[in-house]
Write a protein that binds this ligand. Structure first.
Ligand SMILES: [Zn+2]
Length: 491
């Protein structure tokens, strides 16, 4: 497919920039300069980054539309991940993909083998990169790429990590001519898979950062501070299923500062929230209740009623008391049970989630929920099988990091800083934040406006303003280099 060629082309169609002599090396951050960072000495680099970003503006749109058109849902991002890996390798990045960056034992909510195989074949047919497709087979659809810049050395620290989620949603995209992707011919061609949360934009932004940093490393190496940029392309964010497996594979163990940026259709384009407080911790799990069927008229005492066990569980899960230390939630989103009118129902299925204002509150809700489910099963002499389908921690962005991000955003044209985003939903980037913070590093979850009509996230009509793409590339590129040039000390 055309996209493969297009992706490769992005790296070569680079505007060459005049080399500018460096004026003074970046200075180490004092307490006073922590927020403003190395922005003064980074001035030239900033200009170069802006020029290189302008040069790939059209590619950014092409990449985003290509990912959008070939939307792939969690653990099935074979085509998307293979093309990202191929492009990054072509631009000189060191690329790891598949089992090296996705721990097999901590993946959650992985589709059945037949679904994985069918999606893998489809990715082949739709122009995925054959070499990388082989590495991703079975649903190991993560990609990590590093590029060390600046002076040569054995270990180029600090390491700044950027995380991009790449999955689509289980949703049929609108085919209405009023829906811009449909009207312009880049609506999803894959049924029941749609980029309705902007992760297609995230993937394109990640490619853009890779392309611009490569260009800078070639055209203005003397301007670059010494360190490493690590790009993490994460599968299966929807349903909070993918980040834990990448953390368990060790992909953020060497990272000193980690950032993620989410596009939002509800904010004016270019408005940036440089941090976010309070993600709700969450657990998602499936419950399979197994009893025994029997003739409802002739042998009612011989059955074990899984439907009643499920109904008892559902009512009592919703009757659990709230937690005094903060917000807590529980929801039974789905209940399916039974077979025929005259059969004692032998099986039942429940889709359940808990949430909490902190990981501890969520853990308490999850433990209480399990107790209710097992007790309800015991009442009806059924067996309960509880299967984890997704989870995320609570987390908080580090103030020092979001102040630095705000200083960088303010120094760039086209961006306005807004207040840190209040909490509400859940995000599995929190696993990466937590691991980096645990090691003494810093983390921040950022948001950027991309409004083109306030289409709701996770709806069939969702769309974004593509003008956000170069703004985001510029911001993440300059911020990463700024953090390398003038590292923040951990909190
Ligand atoms: Zn999202």
């Amino acid at each position: 497919m055309a996209s493969d060629r297009t992706l490769r082309k992005g790296g070569t169609r680079r505007r060459t920039t005049k080399q500018v002599p460096r004026e003074g090396a970046p200075v180490a951050g004092s307490a006073k300069s922590q927020a403003e960072g190395a922005l003064v000495t980074m001035g030239e680099l900033r200009e170069h980054a802006e020029v290189h970003t302008r040069a790939i503006e059209e590619h950014l749109v092409t990449w985003r539309r290509d990912f959008h058109r070939h939307a792939e849902t969690g653990w099935l991002e074979f085509r998307t991940a293979s093309l990202i890996a191929r492009a990054l390798e072509g631009w000189g990045w060191t690329v790891s993909a598949g089992r090296d960056v996705v721990d097999p034992d901590t993946r959650m909510g992985v589709p059945d083998p037949e679904v994985l195989d069918a999606a893998w074949e489809r990715a082949h047919a739709q122009g995925g990169d054959p070499e990388y497709l082989a590495a991703l087979r079975g649903g190991y659809t993560g990609v990590v790429a590093t590029l060390s810049v600046g002076a040569d050395g054995p270990e180029r620290k600090p390491v700044v990590g950027l995380r991009f989620d790449i999955d689509a949603l289980d949703l049929q995209e609108s085919r209405s001519p009023r829906h811009r992707p449909a009207a312009l011919g880049f609506g999803s061609i894959n049924p029941d898979a749609a980029h309705a949360c902007g992760h297609d934009a995230h993937a394109a932004i990640g490619l853009g950062v890779a392309s611009v940093v490569s260009s800078l490393a070639k055209s203005a190496p003397e301007l670059l501070p010494t360190g490493t940029i690590k790009l993490i392309f994460q599968p299966a964010e929807e349903g909070v299923r993918g980040a834990k497996a990448m953390v368990h594979a060790g992909v953020v163990d060497d990272v000193d500062a980690i950032l993620a940026l989410h596009v939002y259709s509800g904010w004016p384009t270019g408005q940036v929230a440089c941090g976010r407080d309070s993600f709700l911790a969450t657990d998602k799990f499936d419950v399979i209740l197994t009893g025994e069927s029997a003739h409802a008229g002739g042998n009612p005492q011989g059955g074990k009623n899984a439907l009643l066990a499920a109904a008892t569980a559902a009512l009592n899960l919703h009757a659990l008391p709230r937690h005094r230390e903060g917000p807590s939630r529980i929801n039974v989103g789905r209940l399916v049970a039974g077979q025929g009118r005259n059969v004692i129902p032998p099986t039942a299925y429940l889709a359940v989630e808990t949430r909490g204002g902190t990981s501890q509150i969520n853990d308490a809700m999850r433990a209480a929920a399990e107790r209710v489910i097992r007790a309800a099963a015991a009442m009806y002499d059924c067996i309960a099988d509880i299967r984890p389908m997704g989870s995320a921690r609570s987390a908080q962005s580090d103030p020092a990091l979001y102040q630095r991000a705000a200083a960088v955003a303010t120094a760039l044209s086209g961006l306005q800083v807004r207040d840190p985003e209040p909490g509400g939903g859940s995000e599995d980037f929190t696993y990466m934040m937590h691991r980096v913070q645990q090691q003494g590093g810093l983390a921040s979850a950022m948001g950027i406006g991309a409004d083109i009509g306030s289409f709701g996230h996770h709806t069939p009509e969702f769309d974004i303003d593509e003008a956000v793409l170069p703004e985001a590339v510029k911001l993440l590129t300059v911020l990463s280099l700024d953090l390398i040039g003038n590292p923040l000390t951990g909190s």
